[in-house]
Every structure is written in C-alpha cells, then in structure tokens.
Design a protein around this ligand. Structure first.
Ligand SMILES: [Zn+2]
Length: 412
C-alpha cells in the first residue's frame, strides 16, 4: 500500500492524494489520510500524469547515424538508401544492444509504452527477431508494440507479401505499409488492400507510413480510410505521417475529412523529423511538411505525436524525450493557445493510448494499473516550457526511473 500525497492532476487544480494497493489505483481524493503501515510519497504539489507513450519510433535503426555514411541530402529517400546499407550488416546482438540502451533512455523520460516499426524488408528478418525477444525481456518495465514495417515496399520488394505474412506468423502486434514508396499508384492501393485484409483476418492492428512525401497527388490515405471503414476496423487503424495532407488543396481536404471522421482511424504526426525531412525539393517558400494536426483535432479525430527516429539515417539528433516533440509540434502546427498548450500532453498520453489500443489498462483512475509519472512542475505548460524532469516514474506501483530535480543558482 502506498499513498502519494499532494499531487496535481491536469484536470483538477487543487492538490489531491492518490492511494495505491496491489499495483492498482484504489482511491483518488483530497486529504485521504494515512493508513497504518502505509508508505507515503510526498509529491510536494507536483503534476502527476499517466506515463508517456511513444506512438511512433523505429527502434531497429536507433544510434546508427553515419553508419556507414551520413544522410547528406536530409531526405527521406536518401535515408532509406543509407539504412539499406546498414541493414545488410545487422545482427540480433547489434540490434538488442542499441535498443536496450535507448529503451532505458526513454524510461528516464517517463515513457512506459512504445510502438516501434521494425523493417521487415529483410529476408532474414534479423531486426524483427531481435525486437520480438526484447518485447518479452523488457515487458516488466516497458510495453513494446511491434509493427511489421515494409520499408522498401510490399508489392515493390521481392517476396514482400510473404515477408509480411511471415512477420504476422512470428507474432507482431501491428501490420504496416508504405504506399508512397511503392512503384505505382496501383501497387500502393494493392499493398493497402493486402495489409487491411491480413489484419482483419488475423485480428491485428494496422499502422501505415501513409503519404510521407510532399506530393499532393499521394493519396494512399483515402484508400486506407475507406478499407478501415468498410472492414469495420475503425480505431484499430492508424495513419502515420500523412505529410502530403499538408499540400492537399482545401477542396479535396474538406471532402476527405468526412471520410476520415466516418472511418474512426487514428493519426500520428512526427513534427520534429518531418520538418527536417520534408520540403527538401522546395526552394522558397519551403513547406513545413507536417500534417494538419490542428484541423484534424478540431474535427474530433484522434492525433498523437511521435519521435520517429533517434540518431539514425533520418534524424541525426534526438533523445527519446517526448517533451521536445510536443514543444516543437505546437510551434510547427501553430497550436499555442492557452487551452491547446495545457491539453497538449494528450498527444503523448491519452491520444496515444487510443492509438495503441490500451483501453482500461491506462490512465489515472480507480481500478486501473498504478502507472504514472511525477513531473518537477505544477502544470503541464510549466513542465513543457522548462523541460521539467520526470522525478519519478512508477509502473504497476513500482518505481522504475527517477531524476533529481534541477536546482539552479544565479550568483548575482
Ligand atoms: Zn516512421
């Protein structure tokens, strides 16, 4: 039994106490009083949030930037070329060593759930085998969802369909696709049909790298949303990136929005990496290359934010700290109204939980697992602004990471 005393929850400005027993929240309210023999954690009025969720990352490629060569153009497509070179040298131990390091980094920033895309356009499926082992080995500290991600295409890569089916057999959680990389529009449509049907048949989720290009004619999204709607997959389907939507004309977007609402699919935007990768064929003006987060959110559609890449061919920087992603995302999408800032933790908490399908196993509510973070700030806007440390990260009632609060002294 533990009592977390004097915490602030985002929706209630007055401090409350939170009681935990047998790894679940059992009581939330003002001045609960200490029970006999109960451990007390004095939160000193700090903000408590459910754990952060990384809803889009490529763990297989982390910490490979510059190996064997750096991505000099900064484009998505050179990144895919550089990664193909590095992919040829992968071993299970190499992948596990890098991912083990990064997962601990993420845990230090309060992340407890990760959806990772893993490249399955590799006849050996080396990275996938490594991640499947890690999913089990790390389960006590980090929930890892694995997406079978066909980086070099399904219809455009030798045995692409067979590799996706094999990944499904090996036990991935989610199936991916990459329509904007397929040779033709027909292949793009075919790959989406293939993946949605396979997911429906196997009871798997879908998360597509969808239209990650500045080409306004890239329209995989309408096919994906239609399949999700017709097959009744709804929130089991996610469209990641959708950067082409940035360039769609408004008449087309308005028509598309109706279908997106009807389909019930989720969106993941990766504002840090896409501002780096997109707009590379533009001179000036240069497009930001980030999907219409504000308009989707206002239309009641679920959007979360992801880091996408950590020191790999698509991003030379990155730590796994989702604060940086939200902070940048709010600027790039022009969502800096007071309410928009205060609500923006949802991009990496509750909205991401919907995308991952976590249901009742997530959130600070009585009966749910006692997993939470305490931030060194009393509101989310302060935490965001000052990059507040996660002073404690608890998972199922157990402390799994902590950071000493920063104390600065100015000597004048
Ligand atoms: Zn990605």
């Amino acid at each position: 039994m533990m009592l977390v005393h004097n915490v602030r929850l985002p929706e209630s400005p007055e401090p409350v106490d939170v009681r935990i027993a047998e790894a679940r929240f059992t009581q939330i309210g003002a001045d609960l009083g200490v029970h006999d023999g109960e451990e007390v954690l004095d939160a000193q009025g700090r903000l408590m949030l459910p754990p952060f969720i990384e809803s889009h990352i490529h763990l297989d490629s982390v910490l490979t930037a510059g190996q064997p060569e750096p991505n000099l153009s900064g484009t998505l497509f050179e990144g895919i070329q550089r990664w193909a070179q590095r992919k040829a040298t992968l071993t299970v131990d190499d992948v596990k060593e890098r991912v083990n390091r990064v997962v601990r980094q993420q845990a230090g920033f309060g992340v407890q759930f990760v959806r990772t895309h893993v490249d399955v356009t590799d006849p050996q499926l080396t990275a996938l085998r490594a991640l499947l082992e890690l999913r089990e080995e790390l389960a006590e500290w980090m929930t890892i969802q694995i997406v079978a991600f066909p980086q070099e295409g399904i219809c455009s890569f030798p045995d692409g369909r067979e590799l996706m089916t094999k990944a499904a057999d090996l036990g991935v959680d989610v199936l991916g696709a990459i329509p904007h990389f397929e040779f033709t529009r027909e292949y793009a449509v075919e790959s989406l049909n293939f993946v949605c049907n396979l997911a429906a048949e196997r009871g798997l989720l879908v998360d597509v790298h969808c239209d990650e290009i500045d080409d306004e004619a890239s329209r995989g999204l309408e096919t994906l949303a239609t399949r999700a709607y017709e097959l009744g997959l709804g929130s089991r389907v996610t469209a990641s990136h959708t950067t082409a939507m940035h360039s769609y004309n408004n008449a087309y977007f308005t028509r598309l929005l109706r279908l997106l609402q009807m389909s019930g699919i989720n969106f993941v935007s990766n504002p840090v990496v896409n501002t780096h990768l997109q707009g590379r064929a533009d001179t000036y003006p240069k497009r930001r290359g980030v999907t219409r987060v504000k308009e989707l959110t206002e239309a009641g559609i679920n959007v979360s934010f992801g880091q996408d890449d950590i020191q790999d061919p698509w991003n030379p920087l990155g730590t796994g700290n989702l604060r940086d992603v939200v902070f940048t995302g709010l600027y790039v999408t022009q969502m800096l109204g007071h309410e928009q800032i205060e609500n923006s933790h949802r991009f990496v908490t509750s909205n991401a939980a919907r995308t991952l399908g976590l249901g009742d196993e997530y959130g600070i509510e009585v009966g749910r697992p006692a997993s939470f973070v305490l931030l060194d700030a009393d509101t989310w806007s302060q935490a965001l602004n000052w990059n507040a440390g996660v002073v404690a990260s608890y998972r199922n009632g157990k402390l799994i990471a902590r950071t000493e609060p920063v104390r600065r002294e100015v000597l004048f």
